[in-house]
Design a protein around this ligand. Structure first.
Ligand code: PMV
Length: 360
């Protein structure tokens, strides 16, 4: 399959106006995507847990325009007009126009809100872009006679990827793979797929408590970050390693081997940061409190035999991952020992979720 598969045939129905609302979750990668080729094609496959509580809810209103020149849209965040979001949406529209040829026919109002604090350092691009892609697919569906559900989701993921790579893992499923991998049937560089193999029950209700260490603006944008992998001295080895790690993690997910899960997930997080520390220019995205938390987690594990572990995004916040059967003990540990390292003591309790939902 190539990109052209997603270019639609002429639409069969005409629609004057309408409104759709979707809620879409954030996700946290276990094997990280870091580095991309042209057209948002990942350099390596990745896999993520879908989150349940950190979501973006987007309503898309659309009405037919007189002339179909240029894109016409407004963006609102929490009810307030947000013109600084417009360039990102404009870039997204340009990238997906060939796949959604109706984009210039309508005026769009995009109303969006997040269930997590805006300036929490939690990336809203995955949940935001996937929610927008789903709303746009609802428009396409209204313009088409038939659109199969599986295709709807697949194309939404394809479109979301063009907005923000990791957004293509925020559509459907508790564990999602994006990027071609030899052992994952159906995996593709063009969209995310539900992890197709049996997953051990221990992972079905996994917990993720996000410790907000630094709620500031991202020090390095994803675009710049991915760009740093071009010509990076360790890039090719890293891409190979991600393939190997996904093979190994896949086995771990099926067997429920928590010790291996812990070491693979933590190693992936530190590798992501090592890539940033060893690029040119170089960055340290962890803060002193990130390291304090990591050391506390390691000590706690050593002392108690707990299977709690951490992962990181491209920032200072820490995702604390643990099985449901440790929830009480780990939350106590977080409250007693880790909250002190969070900005204003803030953290978010989340757990593995199942994907996006249509609201209207
Ligand atoms: O989707 P982007 O371009 O914002 O990249 C996200 C990259 C990481 O979050 C650091 C890793 C990942 O796989 O989600």
């Amino acid at each position: 399959m190539t990109e052209t598969y997603f270019i639609p045939k002429p639409y069969t129905t005409s629609v004057e106006s309408g409104c759709f609302t979707w809620s879409s979750p954030s996700n946290i990668a276990l094997v990280k995507y870091w580095g991309k080729k042209k057209n948002q094609i990942p350099e390596n496959p990745s896999i993520s847990f879908t989150l349940n509580e950190c979501k973006t809810i987007t309503t898309l209103r659309f009405s037919k325009k007189q002339h179909s020149e240029g894109f016409s849209f407004e963006v609102f965040l929490d009810g307030k007009q947000q013109d600084d979001f417009k360039p990102k949406v404009e870039t997204f529209f340009k990238r997906v126009e060939v796949y959604l040829p109706f984009l210039k026919d309508y005026h769009f109002t995009i109303e969006t809100s997040n269930t997590f604090p805006h300036s929490s350092g939690i990336a809203s691009s995955a949940s935001g872009m996937s929610a927008l892609a789903l709303c746009l697919m609802s428009v396409e569906s209204a313009l088409s006679d038939t659109l199969e559900e599986a295709f709807f989701i697949q194309k939404a993921s394809f479109l979301a990827r063009l907005g923000s790579g990791s957004a293509c893992r925020s559509l459907e499923g508790d564990l999602v793979v994006w990027g071609k991998h030899e052992a994952i049937q159906g995996s593709s560089n063009l969209y995310g797929v539900k992890y197709p193999l049996e997953v051990n029950t221990i992972f079905k209700d996994f917990q993720d408590t996000i410790l907000l260490v630094d709620k500031g603006e991202k020090q390095v944008s994803s675009t710049v970050g991915h760009g740093l992998m071009h010509g990076h001295p360790f890039a090719q080895e890293r891409f190979k390693q991600a393939h190997k790690n996904l093979t190994a993690l896949s086995e771990v997910l099926q067997k429920g081997d928590l010790d291996s899960f812990v070491s693979m997930v933590e190693s992936e997080a530190l590798t992501l940061h090592a890539m940033m520390m060893t690029s040119m220019p170089y960055f340290i995205l962890m803060k002193p409190n990130t390291l304090e938390i990591i050391n506390k987690i390691w000590n706690f594990r050593k002392e108690t035999g707990s299977k709690v572990c951490f992962t990181l995004d491209a920032g200072a916040n820490v995702h604390v991952l643990y099985p449901f059967n440790e929830k009480e003990v780990v939350l106590k540990f977080i409250q007693n020992e880790l909250v002190a390292y969070c900005q204003n003591g803030q953290y978010i309790c989340d757990q593995i979720g199942f994907g996006a939902n249509k609201i209207e």
